[in-house]
Design a protein around this ligand. Structure first.
Ligand SMILES: *[C@@H]1O[C@H](CO)[C@@H](O)[C@H](O)[C@H]1NC(C)=O
Ligand SMILES: *[C@@H]1O[C@H](CO)[C@@H](O)[C@H](O)[C@H]1NC(C)=O
Ligand SMILES: *[C@@H]1O[C@H](CO)[C@@H](O)[C@H](O)[C@H]1NC(C)=O
Ligand SMILES: *[C@@H]1O[C@H](CO)[C@@H](O)[C@H](O)[C@H]1NC(C)=O
Ligand SMILES: *[C@@H]1O[C@H](CO)[C@@H](O)[C@H](O)[C@H]1NC(C)=O
Length: 667
């Protein structure tokens, strides 16, 4: 495994190591030594026997498990490959891509009662999925895809009620989808694709529709009707490749007349009571018992309802907890619902804000990470979570961040900010030793700076795309100023990130609020060096809305000229250079040559000139002359009407190269 070479100047480098190790290496350099996977407690006897049994049944042609060799004293110290413990209990087994064969020990897994994550995907393991997995109450992630498991999915799996991620895709499993899956109330991702599963999709599975974020049963041998809510939420790509399955798209309607009721192995009480055949005494007793139990349950429910009503009366109607509020349906995005997960294998605290990402502290700390860049605030990683989703993780430098309490208060404010042109803060993590991680959406096209200046040859960026970027950036800034009363203070083309459709998202706003005053003055100095800094800042020392608009003006000039503000021309910065050329009335010389093609072809000539005037207005040396961000938005919309969101995908689509990193690649 590679370790980060700190002296390396290369900004982007595939480290392929666990983010967790990054943390450990960094803290070790500060003088604390702590083993990555262990807490110094010797493994429990039961867990040790469990691991031995698992090793015994696995085939290990490449010798990866040779480290599992001694009496177990080192099993929890990090010496055993792929094993993580908490307090002497194994909590994670992570051994994907190791060429492992053999089978998975039913007895061995049953011993690991505190297991949270079992990740053995992309191996060659055969035999059944052990039913004992269903008796692991802490299991959150089960990743067994891309193996050769066969037999049926054990119904016991419904007992692992903490399961969040379950992928058994690309095996040779047959039999039905067990109805017990409906008991997995926390399940967010279910992938059973590419097996030989048959029978129907249990109709009751639709009561997981609300929690499920991804669902895939494609390429099996399933039949019957898809539960409508699942069909609506996930659509054709999740069901395709099952010849006898119907009702998941317009082109696969179910036969209208007596629809063959999906034949789930039904409970005797329901399925057969209408049949003509006679009941045996045993069955009769069962039915009567069923009815008695049913009546009792009804009575109990009535009692509960009564209790509830009387309690509610006495306590009044004003008691809504934060958790209730967060669970509420009417919750608007960005209204501040945060979900706190304490713990994780290593302790610490993960706070989620609203958003589509689903991960636990363990997932985050075990993510495969690649350094994207470093700044005054800290290092940014691209992290690949086990389910393949990507997030950007910013590890803040501990010495320059505020103390815990203040930090959390400020982060809670930032986590509420939602705007299409502002990069959303999805979560933060506070480690047990003071590490602070911020989790953001990952932007596949990277920064505007790289997009404009580090392009492969022959990938011109047309005017429509540039205008989309200019407008979006202005909108994001206007929202920050007017609605959030936040001054960015460090707006640069490196802090404007682009999504798949080239919609810009401003990043790094508000981070100064998480930092000490000393750190903030450093950031200002750095911003000056990059050429985005308003001239009055040399005296002022404190950014304001007008200095932000200056930076916005520089970005628009950058879009118009294709020149980086970092490269000065004849000792002039970008605004000075543009102004000097305009003065000499060679105005068309300032524009990027690529744009002259657009200009020659059509009618954008006026748009270029008007945008140039506006940009020069923004970079006026006199702050009072500069327009407000809102005014810049208004004028840009006047110059080129239409909200061209998504219009910019155009000619440079191939730029998103970095987005296709395979999941789990942690070699
Ligand atoms: C156990 O494995 C470790 C790591 O591969 C190795 O250093 C050690 O010598 C092995 N011990 C035995 C007894 O084989
Ligand atoms: C879904 O319904 C089944 C019974 O049909 C029940 O056992 C299960 O607990 C339900 N799950 C959720 C998440 O409500
Ligand atoms: C599913 O396949 C098994 C054999 O693999 C078969 O015994 C069973 O009847 C099938 N069930 C359905 C509902 O087709
Ligand atoms: C799918 O199931 C049907 C019966 O339900 C069976 O005849 C067929 O052989 C199965 N196909 C595969 C590929 O297993
Ligand atoms: C579902 O799984 C199949 C096979 O693994 C895959 O090709 C397909 O892209 C997946 N669909 C979705 C929506 O993830």
């Amino acid at each position: 495994m590679l370790l980060p070479r700190r002296s390396s100047p290369a900004p982007t480098r595939l480290l392929s190591l666990f983010l967790f190790l990054v943390l450990v290496v960094a803290s070790a350099q500060q003088g604390h030594h702590h083993h990555p996977a262990g807490d110094g407690v010797v493994i429990s006897q039961a867990d040790y026997q469990g691991l031995q049994a698992i090793r015994h049944d696995l085939a290990d042609p490449y010798g990866f498990l040779r480290t599992w060799n001694d009496t177990g004293l080192t099993a929890c110290s990090g010496a055993w490959l792929g094993i993580k413990c908490v307090l002497g209990n194994v909590v994670a087994i992570t051994l994907p891509w190791r060429g492992l064969g053999g089978s998975l020990s039913q007895r061995g897994l049953g011993q690991l009662t505190r297991l949270r994550r079992l990740s053995l995907h992309d191996n060659d393991i055969a035999g059944p999925i052990p039913a004992s997995l269903g008796f692991l109450p802490d299991l959150r992630g089960l990743y067994l895809f891309n193996n050769r498991f066969s037999g049926a999915i054990p119904a016991s799996i419904g007992g692992s009620y903490q399961l969040v991620f379950l992928s058994l895709a690309h095996n040779s499993l047959d039999g039905p989808i067990p109805e017990s899956l409906t008991r997995l109330a926390k399940l967010q991702q279910l992938d059973l694709s590419a097996n030989n599963l048959n029978g129907s999709i249990p109709p009751s599975l639709d009561n997981l529709t609300a929690t499920l974020q991804s669902f895939n049963v494609s390429y099996n041998n399933l039949s019957g009707a898809v539960p409508p809510s699942l069909a609506r939420k996930f659509g054709e790509p999740s069901f395709t490749g099952n010849i006898q399955l119907c009702g998941y798209s317009a082109s696969t309607p179910c036969p209208a007349s007596p629809s063959p009721a999906p034949s789930v192995p039904a409970s005797p009480a329901e399925g057969e009571s209408h049949g003509r055949r006679k009941f045996s005494t045993k069955e009769l007793i069962l039915i009567i018992a069923g009815i008695v139990i049913g009546v009792l349950v009804l009575l109990l429910l009535c009692c509960l309802l009564l209790c509830f009503l009387t309690r509610k009366k006495s306590s009044g109607s004003s008691t809504t907890t934060a958790a209730d509020a967060a669970a509420g349906r009417g919750e608007k995005p960005g209204s501040g619902a945060a979900e706190v997960e304490s713990g994780g294998d290593v302790g610490g605290k993960l706070v989620h804000f609203d958003g589509p990402l689903a991960f636990t502290a363990d997932d985050l700390l075990c993510a495969t990470a690649e350094i994207m860049g470093k700044s005054t605030y800290g290092t940014v990683y691209k992290a690949t979570l086990e389910d393949g989703s990507l997030v950007a993780v910013k590890r803040l430098r501990e010495k320059i961040t505020k103390g815990h309490k203040e930090f959390e208060a400020e982060a809670a404010v930032l986590g509420r900010i939602r705007h299409p042109n502002l990069l959303a803060l999805r979560a933060y993590y506070l480690g047990p030793k003071g590490e602070k991680l911020l989790v953001f959406d990952y932007m596949p096209k990277g920064s505007l700076s790289a997009f404009l200046h580090a392009r492969p040859p022959n990938t011109p960026v047309d005017w429509a795309t540039r205008m989309t970027i200019a407008k979006g950036t202005a909108r994001g800034l206007a929202y920050l100023h007017d609605d959030m009363s936040i001054v960015h203070g460090n707006l640069t083309a490196s802090n404007v990130l682009l999504d798949e459709q080239c919609n810009p998202k401003i990043s790094d706003f508000g981070l100064s609020r998480l930092m000490t005053t000393a750190a903030n003055s450093n950031v200002l100095a750095a911003a000056g060096a990059l050429g985005y800094r308003a001239p009055e800042l040399s005296k002022l020392k404190k950014a304001n809305a007008k200095t932000d608009v200056y930076s916005l003006g520089v970005i628009i000039l950058e879009l118009l000229t294709g020149k980086s503000p970092a490269d000065s021309t004849n000792g002039m910065d970008l605004p000075q250079w543009v102004a000097s050329i305009v003065k000499e009335e060679w105005t068309s010389e300032v524009f990027d040559l690529e744009l002259m093609r657009d200009a020659a072809a059509g009618t954008v000539g006026d748009e270029l000139m008007d945008t140039l005037k506006l940009a020069l207005h923004c970079v006026d040396p006199a702050p009072s002359v500069r327009p407000e961000a809102r005014e810049v938005v208004r004028q840009l919309e006047q110059i080129r009407p239409g909200s061209d969101v998504g219009a910019g995908a155009g000619p440079s689509e191939e730029e998103g190269g970095g987005a296709h990193v395979p999941a789990g690649d942690d070699e």
